[in-house]
Design a protein around this ligand. Structure first.
Ligand code: UDP
Length: 495
């Protein structure tokens, strides 16, 4: 498992993941990859965030890797949160999210103390939101590499829109504009754009401006991607942002080769559910649809009811990862629905957190309904699944564009408008017939779907090759390590 590329120089790299599950998961995978290649790794986070991944780190450490977590204290009292609420996920209200972000900003002095302490640090790999690490790295005379949890494609698209303002040159929100200068000719409309792109003066827009500026000032950027997936955008990024750019994925496939790592990823309390896998193993190859909306989503009951009806009338079996809604509408409906689909052996509901990597790699899974969160897109690609795309917030409309129009491996549900996280209007409820139509299509063996499946399978093969010795992601990882060694040499010996 351990190679010795970095050992001779005893490189010490700090990883700083943001306090949200889906930023943390891929970044911890990435940190573990550096450790597997001989780099001494410290992941800095808060107590309850560390609990999400600590078991994997302990397993790596016990196998001889130089990897540990350094815990800093989240200022719960100061920001007015109960102890233990330190990460953004599906249970976080907007009010809590603001407080978590405030607490996140307050971590700076504690982390700075550590970084300027006794230890010698050779590089900081920082989540894009830790914007101040640019200055700290400059003071320490070491490189800062930025981690962005989205696709390279989405970063390039956002930058193009920021630079060319083509979205302001059309009359209505529904008019299409061209995204200038990308490797592919693509169009979007204003409804599909995140708030911070459309209205850069909203508070989060100000934050993204700082993220972009600090990204440009960084030594480079790392992404959970691979050359066969976004190679043209990896090259484009280097010119657009004027920094280095490395794809290091698929990180989930590369780092999590142990069943326990896969089962516990994102929630170490999820025990292997034997009835789930017994049920899945009883199903035919490619016959089950996986429906999940990531780590942050909580639909209102009215939307859950529409999804339930669509799944029940469809001819396919399904696993649906669902979160209890906070509203009272349709009370009892989901329980009845679960009972019916269990009795008919048609569906399996997972309330809360699913062992997604283990489910996706099961041969019975034949397609996915996804919100186009980047981790899930890459994880579905690892196993070559065609997708039904249902983007909601963040960069998800950009990812839909990539999946449906560039990679041509997905069927769009036709969602019209970007929304703030967990903000739903009754007019936004997607109707059962539209859902049923899209899932019916993606699970058939019609020619166009078979072609999608084949393209997804080819991408999956590319991803598997990328992480092997000689593959693009492997070569990128070795290149970063070599550059860090050489920079360390220059710091010590002057050339
Ligand atoms: N995930 C999981 N179980 C769940 C929900 C999500 O393991 O029930 C993982 C999933 O495998 C992925 C991440 O959480 O790695 C979700 O990230 P993504 O970028 O897809 O979406 P987000 O959570 O940012 O909306």
């Amino acid at each position: 498992m351990l190679s010795h590329e970095a050992e001779a120089y005893n490189l010490k790299v700090i990883f700083l993941p943001f306090l949200s599950t889906s930023h943390m998961i891929p970044m911890v995978d990435m940190a573990r990859l550096f450790a597997m290649h001989g780099v001494d790794i410290t992941i800095i986070t808060t107590t309850s965030n560390a609990e999400i991944f600590q078991k994997s780190i302990d397993r790596d450490f016990n196998q001889g890797l130089s990897i540990k977590t350094h815990v800093v204290e989240f200022p719960a009292k100061e920001v007015g949160l109960p102890v233990g609420i330190e990460a953004m996920n599906a249970n976080t209200s907007i009010d809590m999210a603001d407080k978590i972000f405030k607490g996140f900003i307050m971590l700076q002095p504690q982390i700075e103390n550590y970084l300027f302490g006794e230890i010698e640090v050779d590089c900081i790999i920082s989540d894009m939101f830790y914007v101040w690490t640019v200055d700290v790295a400059a003071k320490l005379g070491i490189p800062r590499i930025v981690f962005c949890p989205a696709s390279i494609f989405s970063r390039c698209t956002e930058l193009s829109i920021e630079q060319h303002s083509s979205h302001t040159k059309v009359e209505s929100d529904c008019d299409k504009f061209t995204i200038v200068g990308l490797p592919d000719k693509l169009e979007m409309n204003r409804l599909q754009l995140p708030n911070w792109v459309k209205k850069p003066d909203v508070p989060f827009g100000e934050m993204i401006k700082v993220v972009n500026n600090t990204t440009r000032k960084s030594y480079g950027a790392v992404f959970n991607s691979f050359y066969g997936l976004e190679g043209a955008y990896e090259e484009h990024y280097k010119n657009a942002f004027g920094t280095k750019c490395w794809s290091l994925g698929p990180v989930s496939l590369w780092a999590n080769q142990d069943v326990s790592d896969k089962a516990e990823r994102g929630d170490t309390n999820v025990e292997g559910d034997s009835s789930l896998f017994k049920w899945l193993n009883s199903k035919k190859e490619n016959s089950v649809l996986y429906v999940s909306f990531g780590s942050m989503n909580k639909f209102p009951s009215s939307q859950l009811i529409e999804i339930a009806h669509a799944l029940e009338v469809s001819s396919v079996d399904f696993i649906w990862v669902v979160r209890k809604s906070n509203d009272k509408e349709g009370e009892g409906f989901m329980e009845e629905f679960e009972k019916r689909v269990k009795e008919s052996n048609k569906g399996y509901l997972i309330w809360g957190w699913a062992p997604q990597l283990l489910i996706l790699e099961n041969k019975a899974i034949g397609g996915i309904v996804t919100h186009c969160g980047w981790n899930t897109v890459v994880e579905s690609l690892n196993v070559g699944l065609p997708m039904v795309t249902w983007p909601l917030f963040a960069e998800q409309f950009f990812h839909e564009k990539l999946v449906v129009e560039v990679l041509k491996i997905g069927v769009s549900l036709g969602i019209r408008e970007w929304k703030n996280w967990n903000e739903f209007d009754t007019k936004d409820i997607v109707k059962r017939d539209d859902i049923a139509k899209a899932i019916g299509l993606v699970m058939t063996n019609r020619k166009e779907v078979e072609e999608m499946r084949l393209r997804a399978k080819n991408l999956s093969d590319d991803g598997k090759k990328a992480i092997l010795v000689g593959g693009s992601s492997h070569a990128n990882l070795i290149q970063i390590i070599e550059e860090l060694k050489s920079l360390k040499h220059q710091r010590h010996y002057g050339n």
